[in-house]
Design a protein. Structure first.
Length: 187
């Protein structure tokens, strides 16, 4: 991996470029940097979620996910490098199965909300979907391993399931979307 930073304000990005982990430079608006930034934003939102009251097991699982996201960022930062594995994707599949098993089946669409932790998890979900789209865009221009995209796809699904679980943990339930609600209010 790249060198550890001891000096943060290097001024090398003043020209609109940024350094990658392999020492090369690229434009700050390059698809690779968009993908890297979206993954970093997602990791920050997971960090904010960790400030909430959460089950201890979930807290540990989210810390592992944060480390995975940092690895994913490292993979994106070094063209041709691989850090995300099928094992990490399979771990998310197992978490999806674990947390979805106790949830009632959905019969309606749900709105993002409920408890503060669930709402924050919905933000994680939407940022994760954006990160996934950014990785797909990058893969249209350059070679990208399939595991980062797979990881983000599974993680966004897991975020949805965890938002439902967190509403129940807080003593609530899903916030259901009511078709025609705005029409009913007009009458």
């Amino acid at each position: 991996m790249g060198n550890r930073l001891s000096k943060i304000a290097t001024r090398t990005g003043d020209d609109g470029s940024t350094g990658l982990g392999d020492g090369s430079r690229t434009a700050k608006d390059h698809p690779r940097i968009h993908a890297l930034g979206d993954v970093d934003e997602l990791n920050s939102h997971v960090g904010l979620l960790l400030c909430e009251d959460l089950p201890a097991t979930l807290r540990e699982e989210l810390l592992t996910i944060q480390h995975d996201l940092f690895d994913l960022g490292g993979e994106l930062c070094i063209p041709g490098y691989s850090l995300i594995t099928e094992t990490q994707v399979a771990r998310l599949d197992a978490l999806l199965e674990k947390y979805n098993a106790d949830l009632p089946p959905l019969k309606e669409f749900i709105l993002p909300g409920g408890s503060r932790a669930a709402a924050q998890m919905h933000i994680c979900r939407t940022v994760c979907r954006r990160a996934e789209r950014a990785v797909v865009t990058l893969a249209q221009a350059e070679t990208v391993n399939p595991q980062p995209r797979q990881y983000l796809n599974r993680l966004s699904d897991l975020c949805f399931v965890l938002s439902r679980m967190l509403n129940r943990y807080a003593g609530g339930s899903d916030v259901l979307w009511h078709k025609g609600r705005t029409e009913d209010e007009k009458q």
